[in-house]
Design a protein around this ligand. Structure first.
Ligand code: 13P
Ligand code: SF4
Length: 325
């Protein structure tokens, strides 16, 4: 029985969980896809670690029978939509997303009706119901290019992240109508603390995710998706010190790729020193072991919803391939 968002079973404490997970992966022909915001130990056992676009692309091409998605619910949904005949497991069904929650389907359908001539471009951080109401899905990696692939006078609704939407409007000179949603992690970075950190570390480059609010982005030397931020830090010409304005999980890969460089997490406007996504962090190695062993919780979706939500995702994947992303 799933009492919480996962199966509650006792685990033999003498087990080497990494070894067991690797054994189960082989035995069941399972693959673990993990987002950069997962805890380091999860990233270290994943078969693929990436941003939302990379993960969708991996999900599309995997030959595994089982996909264990170490990320949040909308990411696992995307994997299921692309693989309706495969088993998709999620370590904790409660791993949601504040951005996805900020866009309920009924209100969004009414919003769409108010803007009849608009096409709907939607950030992948939304539920399958919202995807089914969209024309094309975008991620932080491909959003600017996808928006620019439409004529300048094409009216566009962009949902659900108003910060990413405002950033794209600024970059492309568009005036997309924005849904009023935000990511609870990226909207609580402290501008005051960031400015202080910049003064204390004058050589550090500020690198930020476009889900952050505009006043923070104005202080960034570079803005991009998690993969773009990681790639930026690898280039010798970009220096050796970075203030990272996104969820701290990404620091693990940055530090691994550049062990001698310094990465400073930007603090939120509370008493914490770094900014973690409470949903991403619901996943643990223990829950991954249990999910793989008992093949639960499994993500189940209606066939009709899968078919409707698949069209805008496939459009995004096709456009990304066309742009060489
Ligand atoms: P990317 O994976 O596109 O960088 O987005 C970050 C994020 O918020 C995922 O939830
Ligand atoms: Fe959602 Fe923000 Fe967490 Fe990403 S970091 S899963 S957008 S709440």
């Amino acid at each position: 029985m799933l009492h919480k968002g996962y199966l509650e079973v006792d685990i033999d404490l003498s087990l080497d969980l990494v070894k067991e997970i690797n054994y189960l992966k082989k035995e069941k022909n399972a693959v673990i896809l993990a987002h950069y915001y997962q805890n380091s130990d999860i990233q270290d056992i994943a078969d693929y670690i990436g941003d939302s676009l990379g993960l969708a692309q991996q999900a599309e091409k995997t030959k595994a029978d089982i996909i264990l998605f170490a990320g949040v619910h909308f990411m696992a949904e995307t994997a299921k939509i692309l693989n309706p005949n495969k088993k998709v497991l999620i370590p904790d069904l409660n791993a949601g997303c504040s951005l996805a929650d900020s866009c309920p389907p009924d209100s969004f359908a009414a919003f769409k009706q108010k803007h009849p001539n608009h096409i709907v471009l939607t950030y992948i951080n939304c539920t399958a119901d919202i995807k089914a109401l969209s024309d094309v899905i975008v991620t932080s990696t491909n959003a600017v290019q996808i928006v620019e692939s439409f004529p300048k006078d094409q009216p566009i609704i962009f949902a659900p992240d108003k910060n990413l939407g405002a950033y794209i409007n600024k970059k492309t000179g568009r005036n997309m109508v924005l849904w009023d949603g935000t990511c609870m992690v990226h909207e609580i970075f402290s501008l005051e603390k960031l400015i202080k950190l910049k003064h204390q570390n004058p050589k550090a480059k500020v690198i930020a995710h476009p889900e952050c609010e505009a006043p923070l982005l104005e202080h960034a030397n570079f803005i991009g998706s998690t993969t773009a931020l990681l790639n930026f830090t690898k280039k010798p010409e970009n220096g050796n010190e970075f203030i990272v304005v996104t969820e701290t999980g990404i620091l693990h890969q940055m530090q691994k790729a550049s062990p001698t460089k310094t990465f400073i997490p930007a603090p939120p406007n509370n008493n914490c020193a770094c900014n973690e996504c409470p949903y991403m962090k619901l996943n643990t190695i223990e829950k991954i072991y249990i999910a793989l062993k008992y093949e639960q919780p499994e993500l189940i979706m209606e066939k009709d919803l899968i078919e409707k939500a698949k069209l805008p995702i496939v459009k995004m994947l096709d456009l990304s391939a066309k742009f060489g992303l």
